[in-house]
Structure formats: C-alpha cells, structure tokens
Design a protein. Sequence first.
Length: 355
Amino acid sequence: MNNHNKNKIWLYSTLPIFICLAFIYILVISLARGEWNYSYKTAFTIFSHPIAWYGLTMFLGFAFAIYLSCLKMYKYGISIEPFYFFCIIGIPTSILGARIGSCIIGQTPWDLIFVDFGSGLAIEWGVTFTVIAGLIYFPLILKKESYYVLDKNSKRATHRKVSAWVYADCIVPSVFVGQIVGRFGNYFNQELTGPKTTDANLINFLKTFFPWMYKDGNWYMPVFFFEQCGNILGLILIYFVFEFISNNKIRKCGDLALAYVLWYGIVRIIMTPLRMNNDGNSFGEYANMITTICWIVIGLTFLILNHFVFSKYLRKYMIPWYFFAFINLFKSKNNKQNLEKYIYNPTTFLWYNYL
C-alpha cells in the first residue's frame, strides 16, 4: 500500500476519537446545565461498588492515546508489537509516577499512596516517569531484528533497525488525547478551579456551560477547561499538522516528541499560576512550576540540539554508527552485513526514516 493511501486511512481512522470527544462534551455540559448533583460523580456501580467518572475518563484517556499511537505506527509502517509490550510497563509506571508526584507535591499523604487513587494524580509526573521507562525500554527491544523495517531507499533493499525516536514521535504526541479526556474527570469532581473572576463575558460563558463554577457567592475560572483547550490545540498541531512536514531539513527525528514536551510545558506554566493559592496547596503548585520549567528547558534545548548539533555532526558524520558497528563486529559472523545495517545507511540513533 502506498503512502498516500496510508495517510487517508490514518486520517479517517482518527475520526472516532473526535466523535467520542464531542459526545463527552455534550454529556458533561448537559449534566452541568441544571443544578449540579453530586451523584453525577459516579458513572455506574458494579456489585454495589461505585465506579467514578474520574477513573473512567482516565481509562478512556489511556485507550484513546494507545489507539492514536497505533494509527501513527501503521502510517509509518513499523511494528506495533514493541508498543504493546511497552503498554504493560508504561501504564502502571504512569499511574505510579502520578501517585508519587502527588505525594511529593503534598497533594496526597505518603501513607495513602496506594489507597483511594482518585484523591490525587499529578499527571505531569506520570508522563515523566513513563518517558524515562520508554528511554530505557525502546533502545533495548528494538535491537531485535524481527522489528527491523525494509529500507528500499538504499542501493539495494535491506532490513534496517528502526530508531527509538520514530516510536517516540508516534507515542508521545498521542498523550495529548489522554490528558484531554482525563480532564473531564475534573468536570465531574468539580475541582481544579482557578481564581475568582469578575469578567462579564467569562461569567456569561460559565452561566451557560459551567454553572457549578459559582461557589460561595463567587465565580471561578475553569482552569481545567483552559488546559483542555491548550491540549486540543497541541494535539491538532503536533499530531496532525506537523505530520505533513516531510522535508527532513525542517523536521528531524524526535521533533514531534520534543514539541510535545515544549508545548505541554508552556501550557502548564500558564495554568499553574492560576491554580496557586486556590486549591489550598501552594507548595504543590510551586513544585509543579519547577517541574514545568524543566520540561520547557529540556524540550527547547533538545529541539535546538536536534536541528543544529545532532543532525550536523552525529548524523552527517555517523559518529554513533561507527561505535555500534565496532561493537557488533564481535557479535556477528557476517561482518559485512552488520556494517551495512549500522553504517552505510544509519538508522539506529537520532535519525528519521520517512517510510
């Protein structure tokens, strides 16, 4: 199947995600238009055990992110199997990281870290832990030759190793949809509000769509909604629009993943001051601010290095590949084939193959 048909299937297959998002928005707004009932926090019960919307939206967020990641891997023509195995590691790591982060910032007591998970999840910490796990996992598992791709761009077709950065570009921007859906849990829990507002236009908007933002005789800014809008814009730009930039002089391997880190850092640094002194945990928000600044610095620094250092020196002069080839000369009986895989057309590290 040619790339044009793959692009069409990829785009059309993303439509169910946006239909589901629109449906959830209609559901939440419909529930919120009247007098808010706290029973809305529970989606349904199983054997008399309540299942909260907060947990359900987190589950849907994971499912949608996995779905979009798989679609992007299909578009690139790379194996989805390594990602399936990573989900077994990454999802628990994300939840554990979010709980640890919640304890670090003082949102959840340490003795309750494995109790009542709905009491606090620091999403940015969960993403950070998952990224660290991915940096360890993918470079190791992608060494298996069963995951190599057929490269027809060289002088003769050969199977070559896929860069871990290709998987990063598939997976990391998809996290946006998980965060978008997960924020709906804040709607049902009536939480994550910002400072008081007296802006007439904003108050009219809140009266129409979020009347439960009126508390104690004051109207409050819907920080969760603002962050959701920022993530939706990031999803559209980074997951979709940037994908149509195929010029490798403009876009490098890893750019989509790094753009997510930078974008989400910017969204969070705008939102965090609005949350300070309002949720009763200023220390936690200052800790989040420091984490967010680190995200921005790392994202911006590596984007610059990716374009002006890695591509100019590491890729052009193939420094890492000579090292890999030297190591693998002692592991393979067919040294010539090994050299072709690791040097003549480098695809092992910080390189993007537009399949």
